[in-house]
Design a protein around this ligand. Structure first.
Ligand code: HEM
Length: 223
């Protein structure tokens, strides 16, 4: 198995480990209730990519940032309200996590095709998978059937998501907190996954972001 495939399978592993619910999930979850789910997500993502070449990278990261906080429950999508303090404004997400309108567009398309069926947590998981595929990365099978959370956790997002200034010990601790070891950390931070991320980043129009990703990579390997 190639290194990129290994890293991406580990990304699936992240989703499974931090969601803690892999036993109830299955690939065929929407086969009868929303058989076109993958096709619909793919169509919306391809359309979005025409205006925003970075979108595949952003959606991949959104799934990761969702799963690291309370599991893969779409809590990252919840807005501020009387009962919710949104994770969108946590330090690692604020002005950085992106792709929310595309997730809304996917949700709208799915609601039209099969109302009230596909969870937002599954939309994030499918969007990440298709984003990597459309970027030329490896494919993996995504188990489905996640339930959406009704709570967000700003503190957990601030404390649990890895930050660009975290040292290796802190990164290890943050990964360990969601059941991932140092091998997972290295594999997920490995150059190939960055290549997948960068494949969908428009290098000319978005040099700043590209350099930030490279800077992070350098920091990890230098630690
Ligand atoms: C190991 C700890 C990690 C740290 C400290 C970290 C940090 C960062 C930072 C600082 C950025 C730039 C954000 C910005 O420009 O606003 C970024 C972007 C990104 N990260 Fe991570 N990251 C980590 C792990 C991961 C993992 C495991 C994945 C894969 C699931 C990932 C996927 C991405 C992607 C795809 C982008 C580009 C997003 C975009 O262009 O919108 N990161 N990361």
């Amino acid at each position: 198995m190639g290194a990129a495939a290994h890293a991406v399978l580990l990304l699936v592993g992240v989703a499974a480990v931090v969601s803690g619910a892999s036993a109830q999930l299955c690939e065929e979850f929407y086969d009868r209730t929303c058989p076109d789910v993958h096709r619909i997500v793919r169509r919306v993502l391809k359309q979005a990519h025409k205006d925003d070449p970075r979108i595949f990278a952003s959606l991949t990261r959104l799934h990761f940032h969702d799963c690291f906080v309370q599991g893969c429950d779409a809590s990252i999508l919840l807005d501020n309200s009387t009962s919710i303090v949104s994770e969108k404004f946590a330090r690692p997400n604020n002005n950085s996590a992106r792709g929310y309108p595309v997730v809304d567009a996917v949700k709208a398309a799915l609601e039209e095709a099969c109302p009230g069926v596909v969870s937002c947590a599954d939309i994030l998981a499918i969007a990440a998978k298709i984003s990597v595929e459309l970027s030329g990365g490896p494919r993996w099978r995504v188990p489905l059937g996640r339930r959406d959370g009704t709570t967000a956790n700003l503190t957990a997002a601030n404390n649990g998501l890895p930050g660009p200034r975290d040292n290796l010990t802190t990164l290890q601790q943050k990964f360990a907190a969601v059941g991932l070891d140092v091998t997972d950390l290295v594999a997920l931070s490995e150059k190939k996954i960055w290549k997948v991320a960068l494949l969908s980043t428009n290098l000319k129009s978005d040099k700043k972001n590209t350099y930030r990703v490279y800077a992070f990579e350098f920091q990890l390997w230098a630690a």
